[in-house]
Design a protein around this ligand. Sequence first.
Ligand code: GNR
Ligand code: NI
Length: 172
Amino acid sequence: MAIREILTAPDERLRLVSEPVLTVDDELRRLMDDMLETMYAAPGIGLAAIQIGVPKRAIVMDLSGAEDDPDPRYFVNPEVVKSSEETTPYEEGCLSVPEYYEEVERPVHCTVKYLDYHGNPQILAAEGLLAVCIQHEIDHLEGVLFVDHISRLKRERILRKLKKEQKLAEVP
Ligand code: GNR
Ligand code: NI
């Protein structure tokens, strides 16, 4: 396993629409193992493949607390098949938008169809943090970031600051 570099906005690769996975094979499992290790190291609670520069529809997640045993989850080709009318705000962050947090309004409940680590089809009914996180990660597969759900003024301010910080970090 290996820790990979996480892309940060406004890197244009984060805007790619990721491609469906054709077969859940050892190569994909190695990618997902690297994603999980990268996510744990960050640390974060979810990661989409495009965040390490791979435009494939694969997500990893672990919502267990620091005290709990690890609970890694893997989602391949996830699709929201149902979502509630009712929405709720949650203060979101993103490893690709480091150090910025904003309230995002999303459906409270959603049902997601996906393939698991072994390529078996699964259906998940999500609520709470799981629903927030899976919707945030599926957005990444479409090239969407949480800042796309807030006001244009706030979004442009955040992206401008991130660009400036990256420029400053480049200076030898
Ligand atoms: O680690 C993460 N925390 C988080 C907090 C609130 C809502 C969504 C998230 S996902 C984020 C990791 C990440 O960027 N995944 O794409
Ligand atoms: Ni994110």
